[in-house]
Write a protein that binds this ligand. Structure first.
Ligand code: GDP
Ligand code: ZN
Length: 484
């Protein structure tokens, strides 16, 4: 119904929408040369910037003096003829230019992601790479940039296609087996055993990538850190200090409620979403509104990656604790009291902060310091040194949540999207089913076994865009911004 023609020539502002010194307007499609002609511009040498006056083709008005670049097909971003106008950044300039370009027949404003969608259609990049571009545009931290670049440069794609090659190889073996098996009846058993082994091997690799999916997603979306504790323990002070450490990308999130204050902060090179759960307290006289707030806080606790439990150390009867285990037990009990049965702290990565340690007498402070182990750490929002050690503990916990333990996996792929995860899971499951079939069947049927492998192959192919329907593509590219 509303599908856009893939043969139109398209144009859009490709640089940021806010006012800037220079704005880039891109044009892509077969009418690009005609548009330059309409502007009475000689076609410049490919990929060389030339300074030209832009005159409106219809009313001959002067638009701007601009740098013009010409990228003939197929060596352009989209694979089509393209040109770029680098104009002054004023909105009137950009709008005037776009209007002038569109006034030339057969050119329209591009839909979001349409340039990249064309690059995909012309095999300039695969889906994983296209998504990498989207992520790179969004990247705010170094870890996010690294991950996006990994997708963009094709190492994720390489990983998936090497998996797919392995499946295709097995399918070929199966076909050869069907053709020749009569003559080699004795080798049958050997063939099936070796196929079974290869399938298991492949399933293992896919499951290991799936294991890292959570980490990739955390890097893309931010590690969710919930800060909880009794009122007045110093939660907000702690979060404010954290935010001040990295003012660069502190952003007020939409949807912030009075109960949960959410902030995106960069720590180390990782994005974290810190949620300061204000409303949590244990009381019988909790009113409806506060109850709502507590329910929300509990949901956040259930969904978080890291739970930071802040207590006022002077309120903690820590004299009873002789060992770090005692101390942990004391804290765990307190935590349980606060969150009830709705969250199981033993299932979560936790960090315990004994805040306000500046109020302790020296001997108590030393005693507790000796009991600290990185999971339980002495904190203070008033002492820079002590705060630094809490920050370091937090950083350690966050990097453990983001980085794979096995660094020596050069062909690892970043599973940054639910789409990838679904296909990988489906693929691993069907490989598993095949192994069950082979185990249960004394005389397996090659054609039947081949069907499992075909499904596996389709799923792997779909990740990089091999068998992707128009609908799925539109869905993927609509998340892009206009001009990309
Ligand atoms: P929240 O209710 O847990 O968010 O606690 P707040 O961050 O609002 O802090 C409660 C009070 O404790 C405030 O008056 C803070 O200034 C104070 N406070 C927070 N952290 C520390 C600390 O490390 N040492 C001392 N002495 N006071 C602190
Ligand atoms: Zn607070």
């Amino acid at each position: 119904c509303c599908a856009l023609s893939h043969t139109d020539t398209i144009c859009a502002l490709s640089s940021g929408a806010v006012k800037s010194a220079v704005s880039v307007v891109r044009v892509s499609g077969s009418a690009t040369a005609k548009i330059l002609e309409a502007f009475k511009l000689r076609i410049p040498e490919p990929r060389k910037a030339v300074l030209r006056q832009l005159i409106h083709p219809e009313d001959q008005s002067f638009i701007d003096k601009a740098l013009v670049l010409w990228f003939p097909k197929p060596h352009s971003y989209t694979g089509e003829d393209m040109c770029e106008f680098h104009v002054h950044g004023g909105r009137a300039v950009v709008e005037g230019l776009l209007q002038a370009i569109v006034s030339v027949n057969s050119c329209r404003i591009a839909a979001p992601g349409e340039f990249t969608q064309r690059a995909f259609a012309n095999k300039k990049l695969d889906l994983i790479q296209a998504e990498g571009i989207a992520d790179l545009i969004e990247a705010e931290t170094k870890a996010q940039r690294r991950q996006a670049v990994c997708a963009l440069l094709g190492s994720s794609s390489k990983f998936y296609s090497s998996m797919n090659d392995a499946v295709i190889h097995m399918r070929a073996q199966l076909e050869a087996f069907v053709d020749f098996s009569e003559e080699h009846a004795l080798d049958d058993q050997h063939f099936w055993i070796s196929l079974d082994e290869n399938v298991l091997e492949l399933e293992k690799s896919i499951r290991s990538v799936l294991k890292s999916a959570k980490k990739s997603k955390r890097i893309k979306e931010g590690v969710k850190v919930a800060v909880i504790g009794p009122p007045n323990a110093g939660k907000s002070s702690f979060v404010n200090l954290l935010a001040r450490e990295d003012v660069s990308i502190v952003s007020p999130q939409p949807g912030t409620t009075r109960d949960v204050v959410e902030r995106t902060i960069e720590i180390g090179s990782y994005p974290i979403v810190v949620q300061d759960t204000a409303g949590l307290r244990l009381a019988e006289d909790v009113g409806d509104i506060e109850y709502e707030g507590m329910k929300r806080a509990l949901r956040i606790l259930q969904a978080c990656d890291l739970l930071v439990f802040v207590v006022d150390v002077t309120m903690l009867n820590s004299g009873a604790a002789q060992t770090v285990d005692d101390l942990r037990e004391l804290l765990a009990t307190q935590l349980k009291e606060l969150v009830g049965a709705s969250v199981d702290p033993s299932e979560k990565k936790c960090l315990f902060i004994l805040n306000k340690s500046d109020l302790l007498i020296e001997s108590d402070r030393t005693m507790l310091k000796n009991l600290s182990d990185g999971v339980v750490t002495l904190g203070s929002c008033l002492s820079a040194d002590v705060f630094q050690s809490t920050y370091d503990a937090l950083l350690r916990a966050v990097s453990e949540l983001c980085e794979s333990s096995s660094v020596s996996q050069p062909l690892q792929a970043a599973v940054t999207r639910e789409r990838h995860r679904k296909h990988l899971e489906a693929c691993a499951d069907v490989l598993h089913d095949l192994q069950i079939y082979l185990a249960e069947c004394t005389e397996p049927d090659a054609a039947y076994a081949g069907r499992f492998l075909r499904t596996a192959s389709n799923d792997l192919g779909a990740i990089t865009g091999g068998f992707t329907t128009e609908e799925i593509l539109e869905k993927i590219f609509k998340d892009f911004c206009v001009g990309k």
